[in-house]
Design a protein around this ligand. Structure first.
Ligand code: 2AM
Ligand code: CA
Length: 298
């Protein structure tokens, strides 16, 4: 696995002339190793977290396991890349203003790791087996590596810019549905009851009657990985943060899909309101969300 990944990195380096391997180990190998180690530890703590606190709302949860996993990932990354910057969910004060400020500061970084130690914390707390570790690396603001690890299913999704998306060595591809009526779309019930939840509910209401079905698994990153490998036709959610989206967005783009914000602007690490799809249904998905006044963008 490592040899395969590192040879892909080498060919990317030749192609782009980016000084891609900055240490003795490739960033992709470090991301895989970190996600795997943190994921196994998180799984071992299932049902055993010690602290449960809330952030922006009573529905927005954080545990000692989120914090411990982020610490573990930070240490592993900095061991190999001590000069890189890290934007991690648990290193940022709760709330949209603090996360926007952190992202704006971090956007100046040459190499920026964007880390969500547990995406799907509500699921982790309730023992619902759908959560993951999400790790992305951006070079001058552009995501070049994305790794998502689901420790319950032991599924490791890996994407590198220009090299596709892989799940356990097999290349992933988006699904083939050409119409919303044949599509299964991932959605989310955002914990922000003032803006995020009501906006998403308008979109969910419109999509429920125009799609084959909807799924709200509670992990943005896993939903995006599922779009990338064709298990979902698309995904829509308003009110997310950079760490929920970065790795998964690269995966969707690398598997032939499309990722934009809710008004169709191409994805960048500042996007909070996301629409991802197999590409074929993208226009219809955007139109439906717009007609429902559910873009979250004035
Ligand atoms: P989390 O588990 O890392 O918090 C579910 O709809 C998605 O929303 C999950 O990916 C979840 O990520 C994310 N989420 C939860 N609380 C959030 C918040 N306050 N702001 C943005 N995204 C949030
Ligand atoms: Ca999280």
């Amino acid at each position: 696995m490592r040899i395969q990944v590192e040879s892909r990195v080498k060919s990317l380096e030749d192609k782009t002339k980016i000084p891609y391997v900055v240490g003795s180990k490739s960033p992709t190998a470090v991301a895989i190793n970190s996600a795997s180690k943190a994921g196994e530890w998180i799984k071992s703590k299932l049902g055993m977290h010690q602290e449960l606190n809330t952030k922006v709302s009573p529905q927005d949860l954080v545990t000692d396991v989120d914090k411990g996993a982020e610490m573990m990932i930070r240490k592993l990354i900095l061991t190999h890349f001590p000069n890189h910057d890290i934007l991690g969910e648990e290193g940022v004060a709760p709330g949209a203003t603090a996360s926007a400020a952190a992202l704006s500061k971090a956007s100046q970084s040459e190499y920026l790791w964007i880390v969500d130690p547990i995406d799907g914390t509500t699921n982790f707390v309730h023992g619902f087996p759908f959560f993951c570790v999400s790790i992305a690396l951006a070079y001058r603001g552009e995501v070049i590596v994305g790794v998502i690890y689901d420790p319950i299913k032991d599924e490791m999704f890996v994407a590198e810019k220009g090299k596709g998306v892989y799940i356990h060595g097999n290349r992933g591809e988006v699904s083939k549905e050409a119409n919303l009526s044949d599509s299964v779309i991932g959605v989310g019930f955002n914990p922000d009851r003032e803006f995020g939840l009501p906006t998403n509910m308008k979109g969910i209401n419109a999509l429920a009657s125009t799609t084959r079905s909807l799924r709200a698994g509670g992990s943005a990153a896993l939903h995006l990985a599922y779009v990338a490998i064709g298990r979902l036709s698309g995904y829509y959610e308003v009110g997310l943060n950079a760490w929920d989206i970065a790795a998964g967005a690269l995966m969707v783009a690398e598997s032939g899909g499309i990722v934009t914000d809710t008004v169709g602007k191409p994805y960048d690490i500042g996007v909070h309101h996301v629409v991802a799809s197999n590409g074929k249904i993208h226009a219809e998905l955007l139109e439906t969300i717009k007609a429902a006044n559910a873009t979250g963008i004035a």
